[in-house]
Design a protein around this ligand. Sequence first.
Ligand SMILES: [Zn+2]
Ligand SMILES: [Zn+2]
Length: 386
Amino acid sequence: MDAMMAKAGARERLNGSQQTLIDLSHHIHAHPELGYQEELASRWLAEALADAGFAVELGVHDLPTAFVARAGSGPLHVAICAEYDCLPAIGHACGHNIIAAMAVGAGLAAAQVADEVGLTVTVLGTPAEEVGNASGKVLLLERGAFDGMHAAMMVHPGPLDIALPNLIAAALFNVRYTGKEAHAAAFPELGINAADALTVAQVAIGLLRQHIRITDRIHGITTKGGDAPNVIPAHTAATYIVRAETLGQLEELTPRLFHCFEAGALATGARLEFDGGDKPYAHVVHHTALSLLYQRNAETLGRQFVEMAQVAGTTDMGNVSLGLPAIHPLIGINSLPAVNHQPEFAAACTTPAADQALMDGALAMAWTAVDAAADDTLRASLLGQA
Ligand SMILES: [Zn+2]
Ligand SMILES: [Zn+2]
């Protein structure tokens, strides 16, 4: 079968499932679940893939909400990653409901022609992308879920279509200070102020910003600031994320941030504890040929791409991209001025434009898999990397 015929077959298969896929996206959106708690979403996705003839295993690699769904038996093995976790408090404000349904759609479409063009297609259910440390793809990669695969693809919703988004490395960690309670007015000299420790750290971080790369990011929240204004706070906590353009730069920057927290402990006498940060997200290395094929396929569907160098998000697809050829383009859902991680963006994730992005991204990914299998040079290069 030639690539043109295969693409037509893939398109026909996808179009036949349009309403099922849109319903799937909207159902997940209406039932937001946090990372590693995506019981409904993972089950719905696994069921949709099983109904379509995929061999499905839900709960893999000791992750109850991860799944593997496989179809076809061709030599070139392509993974399509589904994400389906939400954000605390603001639901599906990153559009992972669209990613999830899109991955199923791409899987169905590619599976339709997999054996004719020489593909094995795996839709990989990757939980907990938003957790910031020890996320789904990081653990799945460590535990061998990507072994034997030649390429991995996913498409992420955003305000606009961007083929090669700038996606940088990040580490998330928690900080706790322990001081000593005391009456804040009568016996303050007996207290050790854990809130002051956090304040000193935040001032130090503010000053540090003058002396870091313009591409670095440091941001966080106070998760516990004290219990009563007349009790010296003995327990405070914060969660911080530090980001840099590469894992190497991140490793340089992270200790400097830790020093700021140590300064808070030193200044106040509070005790400092850290956790997290041990399984950071890597920067994304886009596979150029596959990314360009995706862009060309999406343009064929009428999508228009922009370049936006200053946008710098993070994804655990970065870790995948250091292990095997990978793409992670953004697909526009016509949300501006709303952008990812805003409630307004969550509202934009079930609009007709979001549903169209679901279908376009699914087909462009399936077509990219077909192109990769049909292109002798690219196929040989991908097969050589496993
Ligand atoms: Zn996000
Ligand atoms: Zn996201």
